[in-house]
Design a protein around this ligand. Structure first.
Ligand SMILES: Nc1ncnc2c1ncn2[C@@H]1O[C@H](COP(=O)(O)OP(=O)(O)O)[C@@H](O)[C@H]1O
Ligand SMILES: [Mg+2]
Length: 363
C-alpha cells in the first residue's frame, strides 16, 4: 500500500507556479490559479481535488496542460518529484473497447516513471511514483455517453474506466511484461486528474434553457444605454448559468462528474488577448516566423497597426480561438518567407499595415 508522507514536502507556492505558467498562457488567470494551487498541493504530497476545464476551441486548454509539463520538466527538483502524462480521451475510449479499462492510464504512468527514474529502479518504486502522478485527459467531451441521440458505447466505457481509477485505493493492475507481469494492487487515490474539453454545443443548450426552455425567463434583459439610446439586452455568460445537470445532459455521468472538485471555465479570447498571444507567447505564429527569418540573418518586425489588423481578422473566426492567428498570419507572411528580398532593408523585414491590408483587405 502506498501512503502519504507524514510530513508534507515543501514545494513551490502557487504564485511562483502561476507566474511560470503565465508566460505561455494568456488571458486565463482563473484557470492558471486553479492549476497552480492544485500543482502546489500535489508537489507537496497533499491530497488534491480533480479539475474539469471547459473552454471553447482555441482558448488554451491544451496549451495550459503543455505549459504545466514544460514547467515541471524545466526544474530538476520538480522533475524528480512528478510523473505526468497527457492522454487523448478518445484513446481511453478505444482501450476501453478492447477491455483494458484503466490500464491505459496506469500503464502509461508506469512507463513514464521508468523513463524518468531509469530501467534499473525496482517496479514497486516505479509503481509508487506512477500512483502519485498527474493525468491530463484532453478532449474529455469526446467520451460523452451519447452522440446524436445514439449511445456512445466507447465513451460510456471510458468514463467507467476513469471512475475505477479516480479516488480508488485498490486498483488491480496487470503489470506489463517488462515489469514482470502478474497483478499489482495500486492505490490511485493520490493521482491528480485534470480533464479538459470544448463541450461544443453546451453554450447554446444552456442559453436555450434559460431563454426558451425549461427555465424560460430566468435570463432577464438588462437595460443598457448605447449611443444615447436606451435598449433592452440579453447578456449571457455560460459561467453564470451552467449547472451540473447541463453536463449530465451533455453525456457526462453524475458519478463521473462527482469526482471533480472544481469546474473551471476558460474565457473566450478578445482582440487584446489575441494581440498579446501573437507577440508574447514563445510558440506564436509571429515568434515562429521570427526564428525562421533570424536563421536566415533577417530581423522580422511587425508594426502595432499590422498586429492589430491580424488580431481583428483572427477574432472574426471565434470558432478557432487563438488558432486563427496562425492561419491569418500565414496568409500575410507566406510570400515573404519564400522571397523576402523586395521588403528587406538593412537586414530587417518590417511588416506594416499596408502589407497586411494587401492580403486581408481593410477593416
Ligand atoms: N490563452 C492562450 N494563451 C496563449 N496561447 C493560446 C491561448 N489559447 C490558445 N493559444 C494558442 O492557440 C493555439 C491553440 O490553442 P490550444 O491550447 O490548443 O486550444 P484548445 O483550447 O482548443 O486546446 C495554440 O497555438 C496556442 O499557442
Ligand atoms: Mg485542445
Amino acid at each position: 500500500m502506498i501512503s502519504s508522507p507524514s510530513r508534507p514536502l515543501v514545494g513551490p507556492d502557487p504564485a511562483t507556479i502561476a507566474e511560470a505558467l503565465s508566460k505561455r498562457i494568456l488571458g486565463q488567470d482563473e484557470a492558471i490559479r486553479e492549476m497552480a494551487v492544485a500543482l502546489s498541493k500535489q508537489l507537496a504530497g497533499l491530497r488534491v481535488g480533480n479539475i474539469l476545464m471547459i473552454g471553447s476551441s482555441g482558448t488554451g486548454k491544451t496549451t495550459l496542460m503543455r505549459a504545466v509539463e514544460t514547467y515541471l520538466a524545466s526544474d530538476p527538483v520538480l522533475k524528480a518529484r512528478s510523473t505526468v502524462i497527457r492522454i487523448h480521451a478518445n484513446v481511453l475510449g478505444e482501450e476501453a473497447e478492447r477491455g483494458r479499462p484503466g490500464e491505459a492510464v496506469l500503464g502509461r504512468l508506469l512507463e513514464r516513471a521508468r523513463e524518468q527514474l531509469g530501467p534499473s529502479v525496482p517496479v514497486d518504486i516505479l509503481l509508487r511514483r506512477a500512483a502519485s502522478g498527474i493525468v491530463f485527459v484532453d478532449e474529455v467531451d469526446k467520451i460523452r455517453s451519447h452522440v446524436g441521440g445514439q449511445p456512445n458505447v466507447s465513451g460510456i466505457r471510458a468514463q467507467e474506466a476513469l471512475l475505477t481509477l479516480i479516488e480508488n485505493e485498490a486498483v488491480p493492475f496487470v503489470l506489463p511484461e517488462w515489469a514482470g507481469g502478474g497483478v499489482a494492487t495500486v492505490d490511485s487515490s493520490e493521482l491528480l486528474f485534470v480533464c479538459a474539453g470544448a463541450f461544443e454545443g453546451l453554450y447554446d443548450t444552456v442559453f436555450d434553457r434559460v431563454t426558451i426552455g425549461k427555465d424560460r425567463g430566468a435570463l432577464r434583459p438588462v437595460t443598457v444605454v448605447e449611443g444615447g439610446k436606451v435598449q433592452e439586452k440579453l447578456v449571457f455568460h455560460l459561467r453564470d448559468w451552467l449547472r451540473n445537470e447541463d453536463l449530465f445532459d451533455y453525456g457526462m455521468s453524475p458519478q463521473f462528474l462527482s469526482r471533480f472538485d472544481a469546474v473551471v471555465l476558460l474565457h473566450d479570447l478578445g482582440e487584446d488577448d489575441l494581440v498579446r498571444i501573437f507577440l508574447e507567447t514563445p510558440e506564436s505564429a509571429f515568434n515562429q516566423s521570427r526564428s525562421y527569418f533570424e536563421s536566415r540573418g533577417i530581423h522580422l518586425a511587425v508594426s502595432p497597426a499590422a498586429v492589430r489588423r491580424v488580431a481583428r481578422e483572427a477574432g472574426r473566426q471565434p470558432r478557432l480561438g487563438a488558432r486563427a492567428l496562425k492561419e491569418v498570419f500565414r496568409r500575410v507572411i507566406r510570400d515573404y518567407e519564400f522571397d523576402p528580398s523586395k521588403l528587406v532593408r538593412d537586414g530587417a523585414l518590417l511588416i506594416d499595415l499596408p502589407e497586411v491590408e494587401a492580403v486581408l483587405g481593410k477593416g
